[in-house]
Structures are given as structure tokens and as C-alpha cells.
Design a protein around this ligand. Structure first.
Ligand SMILES: [Fe+2]
Ligand SMILES: [Fe+2]
Length: 215
């Protein structure tokens, strides 16, 4: 499918790396999650964005992040996902919550201080931890036995969309990770961590939706 006809949500959750390409072209996927690229690029702009569209189409056809997992057994892929995403997300969010509390306490009077960030991250952590627990305890053991249950897979895919919606609220709160000049080390470290978390969770979702949940 041509990326032009995909919604921004479908692009970022199915094509690992696409968020970076969109950002470098000043396209904010989060405020247009339900719109297609065609809908957000007015006719005049299509030509201006042809390089970006080519890059996204190439990445969609030939995505190393996904292709390298196409031929490995799902039992191996599950181990990889737990080690490289589930454990990592728990660590990233715990660290981010601590840093956010520090930034909110020290810089509460700064006009760009992301007030409410630690609470927002705690909400994301609660939802994501419960989602990952369901995968680890119910769905992954079934897939390990060669069973791909439609109902639980559908629920997990719905929850992936909820994670993207939560990511959108998070990115609005942190002003799309724009670091202002006088940000302290903790603030910079926090935004770098959230940038990595964003890229990791989108790759994680893409791997599950497009490879692990298909048989
Ligand atoms: Fe997962
Ligand atoms: Fe998942």
C-alpha cells in the first residue's frame, strides 16, 4: 500500500523509523493520527514532499527492523521482544518517572516545565505494564504452542492503538521534545530517554502487529 493512503497512525505503527522521517520533514504525526498523508499534504505540497514519500515507501517495502525477524521462529522472537522491549520499557519508564519528578520539582516555575509529566508517565507505565503482563502470561505462551487466538490478538492490537494515543498526549505535554536553551542535564536526559522510548515502543508494536501476531 502506498503510504499516501495510510493514516499517520498506521504509518508510525507499521513502519519502524517512519516517525524520524516525518519529524525531519516537520510533519507532526500525533496531531493527525486519524488523517492520511494525502489529507494533510495539500495538493501543492505533494511535489514538495515527494522525497519524503519515496523514503517512506522504500522503508515500508524494505524495512530492516522487520525483515530481519521474518524468518526466525516465533519462540525466538518472543524471547527477543521480552528482552529488548518489555524489560527495556520498564526500565525506561521507571527512570523517566524519576527524572520527570525531579524536573517538575526543581523547575516548577519555568514556563516550559512539563507540569503533570510524572503523572502522565505513571499512567502510561500502568497501562503498558498490564499489557505486557497479559502478553507474557497469556498470549505468548499460546503462540509458543503454535496457537494464534483471534480474540486476545485483537485486544492486544487495540491496546497498541491506545498506547499510541497515550504517546500522542505525552508528546503534546513535552512540546514534542523540544529542548529549550537553559534546560538542565536532568531535563535533557529525560527528553533523550523519551525520544528513545518513543522509537522503541513504535518498533515493538510494529514487530508484534506485523510479524509475531501473524502466522
Ligand atoms: Fe509486547
Ligand atoms: Fe504488545
Amino acid at each position: 500500500m502506498n503510504v499516501n493512503n495510510m493514516t499517520l497512525c498506521d504509518i508510525i505503527k507499521n513502519i519502524p523509523g517512519s516517525i524520524k522521517i516525518l519529524k525531519s520533514n516537520n510533519i507532526n504525526a500525533y496531531i493527525n493520527l486519524r488523517k492520511t498523508l494525502n489529507e494533510i499534504l495539500v495538493i501543492d505540497d505533494i511535489a514538495k514532499y515527494s522525497d519524503m514519500i519515496d523514503k517512506l515507501n522504500n522503508l515500508s517495502r524494505d524495512n530492516k527492523e522487520l525483515l530481519k525477524f521474518c524468518d526466525i521462529p516465533h519462540q525466538e522472537l518472543i524471547k527477543y521482544i521480552i528482552a529488548n522491549f518489555h524489560i527495556k520499557h520498564r526500565d525506561q519508564l521507571n527512570q523517566a518517572i524519576e527524572l520527570a519528578k525531579r524536573v517538575e520539582t526543581i523547575h516548577y516555575d519555568h514556563p516550559q516545565c512539563p507540569i503533570g509529566l510524572s503523572e502522565c508517565l505513571e499512567g502510561i507505565a500502568n497501562d503498558l505494564y498490564s499489557h505486557m503482563e497479559k502478553e507474557e502470561q497469556i498470549l505468548f505462551p499460546m503462540i509458543n504452542q503454535g496457537i494464534y487466538p483471534d480474540g486476545p490478538i485483537f485486544v492486544m492490537e487495540q491496546e497498541h492503538d491506545d498506547h499510541i494515543q497515550a504517546l500522542s498526549e505525552l508528546m503534546t505535554l513535552v512540546n514534542y521534545l523540544e529542548v529549550h536553551e537553559d534546560a538542565c542535564q536532568s531535563w535533557k536526559k529525560l527528553y533523550l530517554l523519551l525520544d528513545q522510548f518513543e522509537s522503541d515502543i513504535l518498533t515493538h508494536i510494529a514487530l508484534e502487529n506485523n510479524i509475531l501476531f501473524k502466522h
